[in-house]
Design a protein around this ligand. Structure first.
Ligand code: MG
Length: 244
């Protein structure tokens, strides 16, 4: 019996496809996630655990290349220079599966706009959605897997306060012929609330489209997006899982 089941299931597993979502991308009629209270900082595990790789701990921006963000008092910010943004930041190091911890904030007015792109492709949205004061489609809210999944709840703090993300990321796997073997998956916590629970991604993030996967290595740098807003980041570390 087991052998028969294996024979039936194996071709399905081997040909696993990217999920196709029924929801329309950026649907303005999609209900916004329910509001919840952010958990107090004291309850959040923000300190890098043993074995974690420190990307930014308040000092220099040595962990990144490309963008020219300004380091301030324990954080760094996307300040404009001569009216131009500083460019997106890309980590020097490539990362595989594991947990990325980061904290971000926007200024006291406005919602900001940025994002962390795991593998440089899969965006978790950085945008202040406190009490839905700034209207945006559900799959573009704070913590949304942009264009794919709205957060399950809206756990944002007010503008000017630090938001805490813990992203548990499993990259996609590809067969030798380039076809997708297994899609990327994410579990995300925002201020101590699980806002995505092991969801499979349709492919890279994009505006108004859901592009297909493209073959990538298992370890890739991540990116912090310069989207023309003075967003801030601090306390960034990665705890990689052993390779599988
Ligand atoms: Mg964004």
């Amino acid at each position: 019996m087991k052998a028969i089941l294996f024979l039936i299931l194996f071709p399905c597993l081997a040909l696993a496809q990217a999920p196709v979502l029924e929801s329309k991308i950026h649907d303005k009629n999609r209900p916004l996630p329910p509001l919840v209270e952010a958990r107090p900082y004291a309850e959040l595990k923000t300190r890098a655990p043993a074995g974690a790789q420190i990307v930014f701990d308040g000092g220099r921006l040595d962990g990144f290349r490309k963008g020219r963000w300004t380091v301030k008092d324990g954080f760094f910010q996307a300040d404009k220079v001569n009216g131009k943004g500083p460019g997106s930041l890309v980590t020097k190091q490539a990362f595989g599966d594991g947990q990325v911890h980061l904290e971000w904030a926007v200024e006291k007015s406005g919602a900001g706009n940025s994002g962390i792109y795991l593998h440089g492709l899969y965006e978790v949205q950085v945008f202040n959605s406190y009490r839905n004061a700034t209207r945006i489609y559900a799959d573009g809210q704070a913590g949304a897997i942009y264009g794919q999944y709205p957060p399950k709840v809206n756990a944002c703090r007010p503008q000017g306060e630090w938001e805490v993300f813990d992203i548990h990321f499993t990259g996609p796997r590809f067969k030798e012929d380039g076809r997708l073997k297994t899609p990327a998956r994410m579990t995300v916590e925002h201020n101590g609330h699980v806002i995505h629970d092991d969801v499979p991604l349709t492919g890279p993030s994009s505006h108004h489209k859901r592009p297909p996967y493209k073959v990538m290595p298992e370890k890739v740098p991540f990116m912090l997006q310069d989207h023309g807003n003075p967003v801030m980041y601090r306390n960034i570390w990665v705890l990689e899982k052993p390779s599988r």
